[in-house]
Design a protein around this ligand. Structure first.
Ligand SMILES: [Zn+2]
Length: 455
């Protein structure tokens, strides 16, 4: 039996922060008490430190299988481990896309062979997906379903790609509101969330234009596209009772649409990202192409509305939409540069900083750990520093400083949007089921599955 005693830290417990020892046996938290005697345990002195539950990033793109030159499960989870993220939930637009139980199982085996932290897998909804396919993916352990409105499916390449309207016979039409209406009752019965990439294709088509500058980029992806998608998806899914999850919420208008739908009785969970909470369009000149992403980083008014939504608890989850590319793909002229950037390594620190700025640093583990763990059906094993939970723990020095620098990043794309930012915290160590993973290269990650799936 391996034993660990983390002594004297400021522990984030479900009842709030308190000074305590954390006793871990065989990877599971055995006790959280003011003073624990455990002779023989490996002792970790944590006086003056925060002891936080490991982060759960509900929205990452491993690129694996498909684009190992951009990222793979090893580089993704090395970055996650360095940043205190002990569970990553990977989106289904890898290649081949995760549209069947067989693909999900092969991807799980691949991830298991490389992952340094735990992982869960999202499943894809296509416009042709059947109830049987969804049931089989749920039985195979899918964490939830994702529908990319406005993204076609290449039949030959088995790949999701941005291309809303096309006569190309190789491209299957994107899932639309009809697809959501048809499949929502099935997903509701399975007890899993249905996430959307919330950009309405008709609004995008109306605002389509050549994109040479950041302002063109913003004009081509207006907040109306987000608001329309949220309203319409909520309207067609409301009767089913399914949980609609809005990925990477980016605008005041989108938030307003979600709140209106919630008041009308829709079951909605909202996720936003550090880049929308800490940055605005004004940062483009400083940051450059790393800021090219979808949806875009918008105005100060949008940022302020999202921070306020998070403060009020309407937005409960902060994820990253971690989406790296190669340096070559990011350094092309703006109109050709790839969309997306990394974020998983700076998620926890950026949220601690934001929570501190809002006056309550203990909000951060809720946004990054307990709320996302519950969202993903992992509320019995993850997201809490309490007896019976996995010993996924992050030791943070609240007097440390971290300046985000390319050289410290572990993703294949090292230059991200947080580059140069300084946080008033430093991560000292990270444990996955009782073993330090911050500097380890062991592939100890396991697949997580939601606890309450009806299949
Ligand atoms: Zn994404």
């Amino acid at each position: 039996m391996t034993e660990l005693l983390i002594r004297g830290g400021s522990v984030h417990t479900p009842e709030g922060p308190r000074q305590a020892d954390v006793h871990v046996t065989d990877g599971v938290i055995a006790a959280v008490e003011p003073s624990i005697d455990a002779p023989g345990a490996n002792l970790v002195e944590a006086r003056g430190m925060y002891v936080l539950p490991g982060g759960v990033d509900v929205h990452v793109h491993s690129r694996d299988p498909g684009y190992p030159e951009k990222e793979d499960f090893a580089s993704l989870t090395t970055a996650a481990a360095a940043g205190g993220i002990t569970v990553v939930l990977d989106m289904p637009n890898t290649v081949p896309a995760v549209d069947s139980a067989g693909v999900l199982e092969s991807k799980a085996a691949l991830a298991h062979s490389k992952a340094r932290v735990d992982f869960g897998l999202w499943a894809l909804i296509r416009s042709t997906s059947t109830p049987e396919q969804l049931e089989a993916m749920a039985a195979a352990g899918a964490i939830g379903f994702k529908a990319y409105l406005a993204y076609s499916f290449s039949l030959s390449r088995k790949q999701v790609q941005y291309s809303p309207g096309s006569d190309d016979p190789d491209l299957e039409a994107p899932p639309d509101y009809g697809t959501l209406a048809k499949l929502a009752p099935v997903v509701a019965r399975l007890g899993l969330p249905l996430a959307i990439h919330a950009e309405d294709p008709a609004v995008l088509a109306a605002f389509h234009r050549p994109v040479f500058t950041y302002q063109d980029w913003l004009a081509s992806r207006p907040p109306e596209a987000e608001a329309a998608a949220v309203s319409a998806a909520a309207a067609v899914m409301r009767e089913s009772g399914v949980q609609l999850h809005v990925a990477h919420l980016s605008s005041a208008l989108g938030l307003q649409a979600a709140e209106d739908a919630m008041r009308a009785g829709a079951s909605i969970s909202l996720e936003t990202c550090p880049q929308f909470l800490l940055l605005t369009e004004q940062d483009f000149d400083r940051i450059g192409h790393a800021m090219k992403m979808l949806p875009p980083i918008r105005s100060a008014a949008d940022r302020d509305a999202l921070v306020d939504g998070l403060r009020r608890g309407v937005i409960s989850i902060v994820s990253t939409d971690h989406a790296p590319h190669t340096d070559e793909e990011k350094s092309r002229p703006f109109h050709e540069a790839a969309s997306g950037s990394p974020g998983v390594q700076t998620l926890y620190l950026s949220c601690l900083q934001l929570a501190k700025n809002l006056g309550d640093v203990w909000l951060a583990p809720r946004w990054v750990s307990s709320a996302p763990a519950t969202f993903a059906g992992l509320q019995e094993s993850k997201g809490s520093v309490a007896p019976g939970f996995d010993a996924d723990l992050v030791i943070v020095d609240p007097k440390g400083k971290t300046q985000v620098a390319e050289g410290d990043m572990h993703s294949r794309q090292r230059h991200g949007v947080m580059e140069g930012m300084e946080f008033d915290f430093a991560i000292k160590d990270v444990y996955l089921r009782g073993e330090s993973v911050m500097r380890s290269t062991k592939a100890r990650g396991r697949m997580v599955r939601p606890a309450l799936v009806a299949t």
